[in-house]
Design a protein around this ligand. Sequence first.
Ligand code: AR6
Length: 262
Amino acid sequence: MAPIAAADIPSLTLLYKLRKLDKAPTTPVAGATPQNNDRVALLRGDITTLAVDAIVNAANNSLLGGGGVDGAIHRAAGRGLLRECRGLHGCDTGRAKITDAYDLPCRKVIHTVGPVYDGLRPERSEAALRGCYHSSLELAVEHGLKTVAFSGISTGIYGYPSLDACQVACDTVKRFMDQNGDKLDKVVFVTFEAKDVRSYDETLPLYFPPDTETSVDQEKAAEDQAAEAKATASKLPDVPTTDPAQIDSDHAQKKQKQDGES
Ligand code: AR6
């Protein structure tokens, strides 16, 4: 598959304009603004095809490859990636390390280790997952990488409930962008499975709501459309209020009466 350039990945601003993303039916989270909508993007697809500065791998503590997106990244990158990973001596959960990208179309791979979801201590899982997103973004900035694509850390084999993981991802990215947004050009959330597509469609508008001007534009367009429809309707002939059969019978009766009189 041909690599997808960062510039071709639709930002939230564009997705709202195209009506591919709708504003949230409930009030966005406190402090949510549209200020980062040009720099946050959403794409469903295979992360190994993205020609961005860095892709973020959902790795394990060994950093020596595995299944899921990790397996896909190692397969597409080739043996050089595994060789470099061997020299990193693993990575702690909630942290991240960086390597070259070898045969991948991106420039670097950031490997982060998400938590295996712990339903008995969800707050621990949440703290570790926040750590993954935060340390990956910190690494990106440190290395001057401006376009970064995240896979859904922990939402596959590690069993983090999709919607919960998505909220943590959006919240952590939002906080980071609020403070360091100028250091990044695009942060892409990459979805793969339908459950994650639904989670992001639902959650992104709560953290990155559409610009009210866009909404005002949309409302204005709807009002204009309604006015146009009204104007067109006024040019149409009046709707008959009498049943055509009744008109015919009245007409016949009148004619009979006239004929009788003459
Ligand atoms: N592109 C984008 N996203 C993908 C792709 C792909 N090619 N393939 C899968 N996903 P997972 P985890 C999504 O299981 O839960 C590995 O064995 C997938 O739909 O890859 O963090 C590691 O070595 C899901 O939303 O990672 C670890 O041992 C997301 O990627 C363990 O799995 C993450 O799913 C890590 O588990």
